[in-house]
Ligand binder design. Structure first.
Ligand code: PAF
Length: 297
C-alpha cells in the first residue's frame, strides 16, 4: 500500500528538469509558456511540501520548486550543518508530484558575492516570537525569498502556514515592495496523531516522536480556554499555564502566544470577541529539537 508521502506525491510523472545554476534556470524559464508558480523549500521534503506543489499546480503552474538550505537564516549553534539533505529523494518526490523545474543552486549561485544588501522586515512583525528567539532570521529569510522571486519571476509563490510568521513577513514584503506576486498560504499538513509535518521531525528519537504531538495539544487546550476569557489581559495567565504544562512534560518552550492573525500583535478585547481573528503560536524545544506549530481560531 502507498504511504501517505507516496500518495501525496501521486499525480502524473512529468519530465522535470533539475537546474543547478542561475544561467540554466533562466534558459528554462524563457521556454515556459507563462510565468511559473514558485514553491521555495529547503528540501528534505514531506507531504506538507507536496501540498504546496499541489496548490501551485492548482494555481495553473508551471511549477518551479527550489531546494536551497539557506545558511544565513540559521543562527550560530543552530542546525545548518545537520539539516537533512537528500536531493535525489527530493527530486523524485517533486517529479512525481508534477513539478516542472527544480532549482537546486549551490551557495555560490545564490550568493556569488557577499550579501551586503539585506531586506529588513518591519520589526513590529519580525522581531517578536520567532524573530525574538532567532535574531536576524527573518532578514535572511526575506532576503533569500526576494532573490528567489527575482530569479524565477513567478506569478505566485506558495508557503506553508506552519511557518505562520514567515508567511506574513513574505506577504508584507511583497506588498510593500509592490513585487506583483500572489503569495499563497497552505494549511499545515499533520501526521495522524496531530504532529505538524516538519523536516526537523526526523531529529526526534522514537520516545520524543511519541511525545511531540503534545505541542499541538497544548495549543488546542489553550484555544479551548479562550471562550472563558472575556478580557485580553487574562490571556497572559493562560499562555503561562500552557507553557508550564509543556515544561512539566519535559519541553523547553520559547513562547506560546495568542496573537492577531493579521499582524501577529497581541490580541485585544475586540479580537477576543470577534470570530476568526486569532492564531495561537508556539515554539518549544524537545531535547535538542526545536519544533513550532500554530492553530488558527
Ligand atoms: O520555509 C522554508 O523552507 C525557508 O525558510 C524558505 C522559505 C525556503 C527560505 O529559505
Amino acid at each position: 500500500m502507498a504511504t501517505r508521502l507516496e500518495q501525496a506525491a501521486m499525480p502524473t510523472p512529468t519530465p522535470m528538469r533539475i537546474l543547478h545554476s542561475r544561467a540554466a534556470l533562466q534558459a528554462e524559464l524563457q521556454a515556459l509558456p507563462r510565468p511559473p508558480v514558485l514553491v521555495p523549500t529547503m528540501g528534505h521534503l514531506h507531504a506538507g511540501h507536496l501540498a504546496l506543489v499541489a496548490r501551485a499546480r492548482a494555481l495553473g503552474g508551471p511549477v518551479v520548486a527550489s531546494v536551497f538550505v539557506n545558511r544565513p537564516q540559521f543562527g550560530a549553534g543552530e542546525d545548518f550543518d545537520r539539516y537533512p539533505r537528500d536531493l535525489e529523494r527530493d527530486a523524485e518526490l517533486l517529479r512525481q508530484a508534477g513539478c516542472d523545474l527544480l532549482f537546486a543552486p549551490g551557495e555560490a549561485d545564490m550568493y556569488p558575492v557577499a550579501q551586503t544588501f539585506q531586506v529588513r522586515p518591519d520589526p513590529q512583525l519580525a522581531s517578536q516570537l520567532e524573530g525574538a528567539a532567532r535574531p536576524g532570521h527573518f532578514d535572511a529569510v526575506a532576503t533569500v525569498v526576494l532573490k528567489l522571486l527575482q530569479l524565477t519571476r513567478p506569478s505566485a509563490a506558495v508557503f506553508g502556514k506552519k511557518d505562520y510568521q514567515q508567511w506574513l513577513v513574505v506577504r508584507a514584503m511583497v506588498e510593500q515592495f509592490a513585487l506583483g506576486v500572489r503569495i499563497e498560504g497552505v494549511d499545515t499538513v499533520r501526521e495522524d496523531d496531530g504532529l505538524a509535518m516538519s523536516s526537523r521531525n526526523s531529529y526526534l528519537s522514537p520516545a520524543q516522536r511519541a511525545q511531540a504531538p503534545q505541542l499541538q495539544r497544548a495549543l488546542r487546550a489553550l484555544a479551548a480556554r479562550l471562550p472563558g476569557c472575556a478580557e485580553a489581559r487574562g490571556l497572559q495567565a493562560l499562555e503561562a499555564d500552557a507553557q508550564q504544562q509543556l515544561r512539566a512534560q519535559g519541553w523547553d518552550p520559547d513562547y506560546i502566544s495568542v496573537r492577531r492573525r493579521a499582524d501577529l500583535q497581541p490580541a485585544g478585547d475586540e479580537d477576543l470577541a470577534a470570530a476568526g481573528r486569532l492564531v495561537v503560536l508556539g515554539a518549544a524545544r524537545l531535547g535538542s529539537t526545536r519544533l513550532l506549530d500554530n492553530l488558527e481560531i
